[in-house]
Design a binder for this molecule. Structure first.
Ligand SMILES: *C/C=C(C)/C=C/C=C(C)/C=C/C1=C(C)CCCC1(C)C
Length: 258
């Protein structure tokens, strides 16, 4: 057992955030599924993958939610961090992060050869990033220091992270060049959303360094990751949808009349 005191308001904040996250993922799932009909066949696969991502995340948030409830003892106000299963979150990322990269690369509409050279690199790097972060994430709160194993795992995980962002920044830049103006703006926005939301995760990982009270640190980590997940999966999927719509229209695709 590794107990941290959580008062009822701290507990409710995380509880409500998980509930909101599940609702957002399920709503996004319906939206992406229905949205397929509104884009040219070539881009439907990106929407299917967006739907898979939020579907997988909704499932894992159900599990995270119930694990969180079970780890809390309302009578004593104590939360057992060892009883809270972080593996749900990391297995979720291990599945969804590569899929998010696939969505993006497919909607960029590159050649088959380019996809074949780009995707394996990105998928392997993303799996490494998550796998190297996990040993740190499950360390007891009292041992999460910058100059220790926690800081080391975080730093190792940052290497593939920087590599992924570097590759995507360049490739998206190149893909933007020969797009119509409205699509170029959308590519610019998704690039910013990607950097902004993905950049949020390592910041959340660093929260234990600031000497904040442990209960508040725990709340901030859970709320922070959940918020980042909503933006990086559902919000990002909506942008992928917008790109697919704009490219479909540019290619002369017309919606069927009702
Ligand atoms: C839907 C889930 C997403 C987009 C998850 C993204 C996760 C990251 C970009 C995590 C990165 C990390 C580091 C760069 C260092 C510290 C450990 C991690 C795993 C939090």
């Amino acid at each position: 057992m590794d107990l941290i005191s959580l008062d009822p308001s701290q507990y409710s904040l995380v509880y409500n955030m998980f509930s909101f996250t599940i609702a957002s993922m399920l709503a996004a799932f319906v939206f992406f599924w229905m949205g397929q009909q509104q884009v040219a066949p070539k881009y439907r696969i990106s929407l299917i993958v967006s739907g898979l991502v939020v579907g997988i995340a909704a499932y894992h948030y159900f599990r995270i939610f119930s694990s969180f409830e079970h780890a809390y003892d309302a009578a004593t106000g104590m939360f057992d961090t060892a009883g809270f299963n972080d593996a749900y979150r990391y297995v979720d990322w291990l599945l969804t992060v590569p899929l998010l990269l696939v969505e993006l690369v497919l909607v960029m509409g590159l050649t088959k050869e380019k996809n074949a050279s780009l995707l394996p690199k990105l998928v392997i790097a993303s799996a490494l990033m998550i796998a190297l972060g996990y040993p740190g994430e499950i360390m007891p709160f009292g041992e999460r220091t910058l100059f220790g194993a926690y800081g080391l795992w975080g730093t190792l995980s940052t290497i593939p992270f920087v590599y992924i962002l570097y590759i995507l920044w360049g490739e998206l830049g190149k893909a933007m060049e020969d797009q119509p103006d409205n699509v170029r703006v959308l590519f610019r926005n998704i690039r910013l959303l990607l950097i902004g939301t993905w950049g949020f995760y390592p910041i959340v990982y660093c929260l234990p360094f600031f000497g904040i009270e442990q209960g508040n640190t725990l709340v901030a980590i859970q709320v922070g990751y959940a918020l980042a997940d909503v933006l990086a999966k559902a919000g990002y999927g909506v942008m992928i949808y917008a790109i697919a719509r704009a490219k479909s229209e540019a290619a002369g695709f017309k919606l069927a009349e009702a």
